[in-house]
Design a protein around this ligand. Structure first.
Ligand code: PMV
Length: 333
């Protein structure tokens, strides 16, 4: 493989799971124990420049203008090693990566981050991979990153044998529907931008090892995926919102049943859930979803966006509110 030392820049958009992934089938391969379905977000993205340089003594990584922590750097270096091995090169890389949104606060920066890194670094290493191969590789960095290779509505199948959608042991995401398929909107209610106390990797291991509910979580996932595919197929917003809330609260119930419990919510998270439910009972179709962090995401149709946004901004403890449409595929710039 030839490395031409040129810098390649890629952009990948974040995504939020509508059917959640929590738990690994294989920790080393980072394969998910449950499938997931997400919506790619237009307004939240990572832009990453990568270049391999023969004279660099070690990888030189800058995230959002600063040097990352040793843990973050190690995670990125091991990921770059996968690419170096595949390309048959040994050069170290210079990486510059910027998010246009707060990092590490349950806003899935690892999803867009590893997807953008996968695309830019494989190109810079002289590889030209298919979207499927890029997605499977991005998954090694972060499970949710496999989904950020694609825009629109995306499914990452699980790796458990017997699941007819994934006989492979190296799962890649597939695009169910493209960006233009359905104009859904998401509001992101920012409650705290502090780093989360337990990262998803550790959190998933703890849950699988200690929760008495883990088995039911894994066994019940396929029904949610089937129902979500169906809700998307028929563009049934109420059904989509209902399954998204169910999957989200089931995941947080599971997290709370780990020992010690994984509690990602803050006080304002609970307040926001109540306020948005109240709005729904008044006839406004809005549904919530929450990841491994305190932020509350509200799903809605475009015609209700302004009204929901006004209410969201008035909820005590909400620092600010981001609004986004469905986003595109990851691309080289
Ligand atoms: O892929 P990770 O390690 O960022 O884990 C993602 C976990 C959740 O965001 C909570 C759910 C999901 O499917 O994105």
């Amino acid at each position: 493989m030839s490395v031409n030392h040129t810098a390649y820049t890629a952009r990948a958009h974040s995504n939020i799971a509508l059917v959640k992934y929590w738990g690994k089938a294989d920790t080393a391969q980072n394969t998910p124990a449950v499938g997931s379905i997400s919506m790619t977000l237009d307004g939240l993205f990572t832009t990453t420049e990568c270049r391999f340089l023969p004279d660099l003594p070690e990888d030189d990584i800058t995230l959002n203008g600063s040097t990352p922590s040793e843990i973050q750097s190690e995670r990125i270096r091991s990921f770059l090693d996968l690419i170096r091995n595949r390309a048959g090169i040994t050069s170290r890389a210079r990486i510059r990566s910027d998010n246009n949104f707060p990092t590490g606060a349950g806003l899935a920066s690892s999803a867009s981050g590893f997807a953008a890194l996968t695309l830019s670094a494989t190109r810079a290493a002289g590889l030209s991979l298919t979207a499927t191969d890029l997605s499977a590789l991005a998954r090694r960095g972060s499970g949710s990153a496999a989904r950020s290779i694609y825009g629109g509505f995306v499914e990452l199948p699980c790796a458990v044998p017997g699941n007819h959608r994934s006989h492979r042991d190296d799962p890649a995401a597939i695009q169910l529907f493209p960006q233009e398929y359905w104009d859904l909107r998401m509001l992101i209610l920012i409650i705290s931008t502090e780093e989360k106390p337990v990262g998803s990797r550790q959190g998933m291991i703890r849950t699988a090892e200690t929760s008495p509910y883990y088995r039911s979580w894994v066994e019940s996932a396929e029904a949610d995926l089937r129902d979500m595919r169906n809700a998307l197929q028929t563009r049934d917003f109420q059904k989509l919102g209902d399954i998204a809330e169910f999957s989200c609260f089931k995941m947080h119930g599971l997290m709370l049943s780990a020992r010690p419990a994984l509690l990602y919510w803050q006080q304002a998270t609970v307040t926001a859930i109540h306020e948005l439910r109240h709005l729904r009972h008044q006839g406004i179709p809005v549904y919530v979803t929450i990841d491994a962090g305190p932020q509350v995401k509200a799903l809605c149709l475009p015609e209700y966006l302004d009204q929901i946004s006004r209410v969201a901004r008035s909820i005590p403890g909400i620092q600010h509110v981001l609004e986004t449409k469905v986003g595109p595929n990851a691309t080289l710039l």
